[in-house]
Design a protein around this ligand. Structure first.
Ligand code: ADP
Ligand code: MG
Ligand code: ZN
Length: 473
């Protein structure tokens, strides 16, 4: 059977406001269970919710960034269902009048091809409590969320992942969510059906809820496509249901049969007045949108002459991009700064398990280090040691170079002597070089560098070696 998967997404994003959607409890992740809740978010009868204006502002920004039409009239609805993680017995959400409708998002596939996906709506709602095997934690109850609903516009896991990483980047650049999937700030529901290519309409769909890593999204799409295809090929029918992706056993299991909108008995939330947004307000927010990663990438290439691949690595994170640009402005060579940011900086973040936000390195300090390399004060090997010191909170580049004797050795007599010693110590390698194995040149450079305690000027070592080996020919 020639078939295509048809995929639509619902993405829940926790907004990084200070306080919750309808009370003043803190939103920040963590904290001892049930220490960040109050009568409002625990749903004690008689309490009243008050809308957090930041939630509205952040949701408007998201809508504008994804090309949606911000509705001038919007309101909350009660979505009624009974679950232990929902203390009130209903969730304050939006149904009849979501904040944002329409919209189209362009994104780039790994092979460079451009695609677009439609946004059906973006609405505001509150998060539920978190249930575990041992109990329930109300710290998350009432955390402000936006839900982004896409059209059934994706045909492959690859397209879904490219779209999700674009969406994540936009939200991070807007600074309205930390999008930490491992902490549940960015959760994806995958709706999937199978469309035989000779048919106009897709078949029955299933929904897989709360996927919390790109890996899980890709695996869930792969497995669910195969499961549905097998059912259809054996003449069966796909049940419309909500399934749970089991990451440990890498399979989806039924959770419940799909509930239709009617089952939730939505009605207008009586405790929160409808919201009317003026054109001036919406236009004002539009003017405040930042430059996003794709535009910034192009600009960094044009303004600083760095390679597009480096620019993409740099703009993958807004804080890194800001660090790069400030340092590049202050330094003599933007390329040298790019080299440190894309290389050693990424490496340090990786081995120290740090996020860019936790990095102590200032742009001014990074520029001083880059200049020290550009000016030949230290070579790159020694500069890595300085960089490690900067990443653990150090700030005095020149002082550190002085104290640790890392200054570059450029004395030609000393370098020539070291070259002489190395060539004398390795006659067979010299013979190999003479026989045309020119790649052993790197070996010589390494050996000479070692003799000079890693402090030799690499350009001078190379030219001294070339000169000496030239006479051997
Ligand atoms: P509901 O209100 O029942 O959740 P929606 O129409 O809001 O249904 O759609 C929810 C999600 O399901 C959307 O992301 C949409 O793109 C997706 N979807 C709708 N039809 C299909 C289909 N046939 N196959 C895959 N996904 C679909
Ligand atoms: Mg839905
Ligand atoms: Zn509260």
């Amino acid at each position: 059977m020639n078939v295509d998967p048809v995929i639509g997404l619902e993405i829940h994003v926790e907004l990084s406001t200070q306080s919750k959607a309808f009370c003043s409890c803190a939103v920040a992740f963590g904290g001892a269970p049930n220490t960040r809740c109050c009568p409002v978010c625990c749903g004690v009868p008689g309490t009243l919710p008050v809308l957090n204006e930041k939630m509205l502002e952040y949701a408007v920004l998201a809508g504008l960034a994804f090309g949606c039409e911000i509705q001038s009239y919007t309101r909350f609805d009660r979505k009624n269902y009974c679950y232990p993680d929902l203390p009130k017995g209903y969730q304050i959400s939006q149904h009849a009048h979501p904040l944002c409708r329409g919209g189209e998002v362009a994104f780039t596939l790994p092979d460079g091809k451009r695609e677009t996906a439609g946004i059906c709506e973006i609405h505001m709602e509150e998060d539920t409590a978190k249930q575990s095997a041992t109990g329930i934690d109300y710290n998350r109850a009432g955390v402000p969320l936006i839900e982004i609903v896409t059209g059934p516009d994706f045909r492959s896991a690859e397209a879904v992942l490219a779209f999700l990483s674009h969406v994540k980047s936009v939200l991070e650049y807007l600074e309205i969510s930390d999008c930490r999937m491992q902490e549940g700030s960015f959760r994806v529901d995958v709706n999937l059906s199978i469309k035989p290519s000779h048919r106009e309409t897709p078949g029955t769909r299933t929904e897989m809820k709360n996927l919390s890593s790109f890996r899980a999204v890709a695996a869930a799409i792969e497995h669910e496509s195969q499961r549905q295809i097998q059912i259809l090929e054996s003449g069966g029918q796909v049940e419309q249901e909500t399934r749970r992706w089991d990451e440990t056993n890498r399979c989806s299991v039924p959770m419940r049969t799909k509930v239709d909108a009617g089952d939730y008995r939505y009605f207008p939330e009586p405790d929160i007045p409808p919201i009317r947004l003026t054109t001036e307000y919406i236009e004002g927010q539009k003017a405040a949108l930042p430059e996003f990663a794709p535009a910034l990438t192009a600009r960094l290439v044009a303004d600083y002459g760095i390679a597009p691949t480096d620019a993409r690595i740099i703009t993958a994170n807004k804080q890194i991009a800001t660090l790069f640009e400030s340092a590049a402005k202050a330094a003599k060579s933007a390329q040298e700064v790019a080299r440190w940011v894309t290389g050693e900086l990424m490496y340090q973040l990786h081995i120290q398990g740090m996020t860019p936000a936790e990095l102590a390195l200032s742009p001014a300090t990074l520029a001083v280090l880059a200049d020290a390399v550009t000016d030949g004060i230290v070579n790159r090997t020694a500069a890595k040691q300085v960089f490690g010191y900067l990443c653990s909170g150090g700030t005095d580049v020149m002082g550190y170079i002085g104290i640790h004797g890392l200054g570059q050795m450029s004395d030609e007599a000393v370098i020539t002597a070291a070259v002489e010693q190395v060539l004398t110590a390795h006659p067979s390698v010299v013979t190999a070089y003479r026989d045309g194995q020119t790649k052993v040149f790197g070996f010589f450079v390494g050996e000479v560098m070692q003799k000079l305690d890693g402090k030799g000027n690499p350009a001078k070592i190379r030219s001294a070696l070339q000169e000496r080996l030239g006479t051997i020919h």
